[in-house]
Design a protein. Structure first.
Length: 128
């Protein structure tokens, strides 16, 4: 037969284990609700947009592509204009695509050259 001290010790161990289990169950429920909340479609979409908005690489690529598109469009309009000729429109389209690809691929080099060019223009006008 067990003595009273061993029985009390066993009861204390049981109570401690039950408290630990209850705490872990509460933590598990809390984490489960957090996971369910993060897996909702709206929250997934928000997370993707946040990543895209905060991604430096995507912003740089977007900037390069926008500058390429604008440059291609301007060159097409300057060379071909609003022509009714089918061949001129095809030629303008090809020139525009080539310009877009060229400007997007070499954006940093073009930026450096244009910065140097503008510095030369504005610095040469100052009287000495």
């Amino acid at each position: 037969m067990k003595t009273k001290n061993e029985t009390e010790l066993l009861q204390e161990l049981i109570l401690g284990t039950q408290k630990k289990r209850d705490n872990e169950l509460q933590l598990l429920k809390y984490n489960f609700h957090g996971i369910c909340e993060s897996l909702k479609p709206l929250n997934l979409i928000k997370h993707v947009f946040d990543e895209v908005a905060n991604s430096k690489e995507i912003k740089n690529n977007f900037t390069h592509n926008i500058v390429g598109l604008g440059t291609g469009y301007l060159i097409k309009k300057a060379l071909v204009g609003n022509s009714d000729s089918f061949m001129k429109r095809i030629l303008g389209w090809a020139i525009q695509l080539g310009t877009i690809k060229l400007v997007s691929a070499n954006f940093n080099d073009i930026k450096l050259v244009s910065e140097h060019f503008f510095k030369q223009i504005f610095n040469s006008k100052k009287p000495q």
